[in-house]
Design a protein around this ligand. Structure first.
Ligand SMILES: Cc1cc2nc3c(=O)[nH]c(=O)nc-3n(C[C@H](O)[C@H](O)[C@H](O)COP(=O)(O)OP(=O)(O)OC[C@H]3O[C@@H](n4cnc5c(N)ncnc54)[C@H](O)[C@@H]3O)c2cc1C
Length: 478
């Protein structure tokens, strides 16, 4: 069934749109470009350190050439590893420029190149040193392990890097529970720490008294400090400051519950609607499961001290989320966040189109609640198999009425042939995104739902003329 449930205010009531988001979007994209330039410049700089030290002289002999290439590969590889750590550190500057999921996507993309560079480093150095000493590369490696201080640590580090990258490959990752993958991933820190000593104790590039040594120390310490600050200290501070406890668990539909939490200083989290936190419910069977869940409503404040209520809506999609339906009132909750760009911070236009499917509808509900738009400038499209799957549908209808947004419920079976985000009946009637939102090419489009469906909705938006900077989506998988 396709139905338009709520139309916007009549055209006469529409106010002339005022361009308020273009500047914000331009600044955000500029920040993203600058961060990208800085990231690549850091790789170039790591090689420049070596050139400035006269490293290119190594190319005068064959053995020296292998060694020189090995050093360059090592410097670039280590720089990429530090960039990967920064991308995973949940630094607000990066999150606000590209979003958490895009930062992790770059992080993943750098995994293989950095491993190849580090492997090339080990192999080329073993060949280069071996040629100079008349040894084959394997004997050279053994001799390095035994005779050169800290080198055995570097070889252990290489083994750890290989383990981390291999277990991160999608095909391997899917075979193991998230916790296993996470535990192996923690080895990255051990890999980085064991790689560092030989960089300072072997070779002249980072010898004491050189400015190269200070630069390299600064970037290693900077990356470590960012990780400790944003991944450990900030979550601890947020948990202690907001004192969140479960106050109510309410059923929203089959397998779906809303969890309400009471807390303090929630005024500091207002405006987070659509963003997500990583939640840890501190009950005996659940505390070790970290769950990313988006807010499904803006925080409600009860007093000027920021005491109030937060809400998330959770679908039972696995063992951990199924347990959450049984959470008791009073359970304490640890949080990390808010993260992500599925919020007003990503807006670039005055018009907005919000498309949600299944549990992906719930952050749309939170975004709709606060994101600014003139009556008539917003369209909400909800997709589910049946009306019962349009979670929080009544609240969304009420919000659309109040704010003057147009609402469509698109229910019914999926298409059987060509994949579409629309139900079969809509496809047969020749409907497309533009049928529901004629001005979509001049709107920000927010999409949230299951991965395959979201991919198809994103293609639909691109086909309707929506440009990349207008497209905002939240992926619910890791
Ligand atoms: C940004 C984001 C926002 C989300 N918002 C919502 C929401 O509002 N409502 C909702 O119902 N679902 C949401 N999800 C999906 C939800 O996090 C997973 O479905 C849920 O964590 C599955 O946990 P499980 O233990 O039942 O599943 P299992 O498959 O058994 O997961 C096992 C472990 O993996 C962890 N895990 C699973 N998925 C992820 C992930 N994406 N990132 C990190 N750890 C993960 C779990 O927390 C758990 O510790 C969101 C996911 C992301 C990435």
């Amino acid at each position: 069934m396709n139905s338009s449930l709520q139309t916007a205010l009549p055209a006469t009531a529409r106010r002339t749109p005022v361009e308020r988001f273009r500047g914000q979007s331009r600044r955000r994209l500029l920040r993203a470009d600058l961060l990208t330039v800085l990231a690549w410049a850091s790789v170039a700089l790591s090689i420049a350190l070596w050139l400035a030290d006269g490293g290119a002289r190594g190319f005068s002999t064959l053995a020296g050439s292998f060694t020189a290439l090995g050093i360059v590969a090592g410097l670039a590889g280590m720089d990429l590893v530090l960039l990967m750590l920064l991308l995973a550190a949940r630094i607000p500057l990066i999150d606000g420029a590209v979003g958490h999921d895009r930062a992790l996507e770059f992080h993943r993309k750098l995994g293989k190149p950095s491993l190849y560079l580090l492997l090339a480093h080990g192999i080329l150095i073993a060949i280069g040193y071996g040629m100079a000493e008349g040894l084959d590369p394997v004997s050279e490696l053994v001799s390095l392990w035994v005779l050169v201080p800290d080198m055995w640590l570097a070889i252990v580090s290489m083994g750890l890097f290989i383990a981390v990258v291999v277990t991160s490959l999608v095909a391997v990752r899917r075979r193991f529970p998230y916790e296993f993958w996470y535990a192996v991933h923690l080895l990255t820190y051990a890999a980085v720490l064991t790689a560092i000593p030989h960089q300072f104790s072997t070779g002249a590039l980072f010898a004491e008294g050189t400015w190269q040594r200070w630069y390299w120390l600064a970037i290693c310490i900077g990356a470590g400090a960012a990780l400790v600050h944003y991944r450990v200290l900030e979550p601890l501070v947020a948990t202690v400051r907001h004192q969140l406890t479960v106050s109510r668990v309410a059923t929203e539909g089959p397998g779906v519950v809303s969890i309400e939490l009471a807390g303090r200083h929630l005024d500091e989290l207002a405006g987070s609607g659509g963003r997500f936190f990583i939640w840890r419910f501190l009950a005996p069977s659940a505390w070790w499961h970290p769950h990313p869940f988006s807010l499904s409503a803006e925080p409600v404040l009860f007093d000027s001290a920021g005491r109030g209520r937060l809400r998330i809506t959770v679908r039972n999609l696995g063992r951990g989320s199924a347990q959450l339906a049984r959470l008791k009132s009073g359970t304490r909750v640890a949080i990390e966040g808010p993260y992500g760009l599925f919020s007003t911070a990503a807006r670039s236009r005055n018009r907005i189109v919000m498309i949600g499917a299944g549990i992906g509808i719930t952050p749309i509900r939170a975004l709709l609640e606060r994101t600014p738009f003139e009556p008539g400038n917003a369209t909400v499209i909800l997709r589910g198999h049946s009306e019962a799957e349009l979670y929080l549908g009544d609240e969304i209808l009420e919000l659309c009425r109040r704010r003057g947004a147009t609402l469509f419920h698109l229910t019914g079976a999926r298409t059987t042939g060509e994949q579409s985000w629309l139900p079969e009946s809509a496809v047969r009637s020749g409907h497309r995104l533009g049928s529901y939102a004629p001005d979509v090419a001049d709107a920000d489009v927010y999409i949230c739902g299951p991965s395959a469906w979201a991919r198809s909705a994103i293609s639909g938006a691109r086909a309707a003329g929506v440009r990349e900077e207008q497209l905002h989506y939240e992926k619910f998988d890791w």
